[in-house]
Design a binder for this molecule. Structure first.
Ligand code: ADP
Ligand code: MG
Length: 245
């Protein structure tokens, strides 16, 4: 579903992503871990076309967003991006819209779907994330965990094939992380293809099929949760895990 080859990006003299290559298969859950500043967000944002890369390839479901540093045509980019949903650390809900309208806006406006179809899906998805009774609330009235569950439901409204999460629980009080992680766990069980940048090692270990460890703009090591957590190959991985666990 995602193929990244020799991706390079720098901010001025700082090489943020150095020759990054990896793939994500359909239905796979990949967790990206690593210290702050290692380039995890930049990598996710590059795949979602929120950052421009300097060189390399990014292909989604077999279609190139960028090939040898050359971006596809705008029309093709839109089509490729429509396969991906993204959930951010700070939710990014529209504050002036109710939960209901946060979910319904893009399908109606961007996809030009009919009101009844959109409304039915909105009800299903709010039910799924346990917020059926908050459809008319404004984001300000919700807890952080509720806001993040709305953000996940909103991403799902576009029927993405891939869902990417950038530290979805890092802004939450510890007692609210579980409700968000449980929704993500349900999605994984339903075979959603997911890429999750996370500091939640328990979640990564339990839910991810594969772990990618990044440090200083490089993929240092990748493997199954057992390989990474029980038997890390590099000193950098060991040191990082010792600090976070
Ligand atoms: P992570 O998500 O792993 O914490 P980031 O991708 O946010 O890492 O950042 C990687 C590096 O790129 C950091 O050194 C950060 O300071 C730098 N960086 C990120 N965004 C920008 C930007 N817009 N301009 C300059 N440097 C940036
Ligand atoms: Mg980050």
């Amino acid at each position: 579903m995602i193929k990244v080859e020799n991706l390079q990006k720098s901010y001025g003299k700082l090489d943020v992503l150095k020759q990054i290559s990896f793939q994500v298969e359909r239905k796979e859950v990949v967790a990206i871990i690593g210290p702050s500043g290692s380039g995890k967000s930049t990598l996710l944002r590059s795949i979602a076309n929120l950052e421009t890369i300097d060189d390399g390839n990014i292909a989604i479901d077999g279609e190139y967003l960028v090939k040898n540093g050359q971006y596809a045509k705008q029309k093709d980019i839109q089509k490729i991006l429509s396969k991906m949903g993204m959930v951010f650390q700070h939710f990014h809900l529209f504050p002036h819209l109710t939960v209901k309208d946060n979910l319904e806006l893009a399908p109606k406006l961007v996809k030009k779907e009919g009101a009844s179809v959109v409304e039915r899906r909105r009800r299903e998805l709010l039910e799924k994330v346990g917020l059926a009774d908050r459809a008319d609330a404004y984001p300000a009235k919700l807890s952080g965990g509720q806001k993040q569950r709305v953000a996940i439901a909103r991403a799902l409204m576009m029927n993405p094939d891939i869902l990417m999460f950038d530290e979805p629980t890092s802004a939450l009080d510890p007692e609210l992380t579980g409700e968000v992680l449980n929704v993500m766990k349900d999605l994984a069980e339903e075979q959603m293809t997911m890429v999750v940048v996370t500091h939640e090692m328990g979640f990564a270990r339990e839910v991810a099929d594969r772990i990618i460890f990044m440090d200083k703009g490089e993929i240092v090591e990748s493997g199954s949760p057992e390989e990474i957590f029980e038997n890390p190959k590099t000193e950098r991985t060991k040191t990082f895990l010792m600090r976070v666990q």
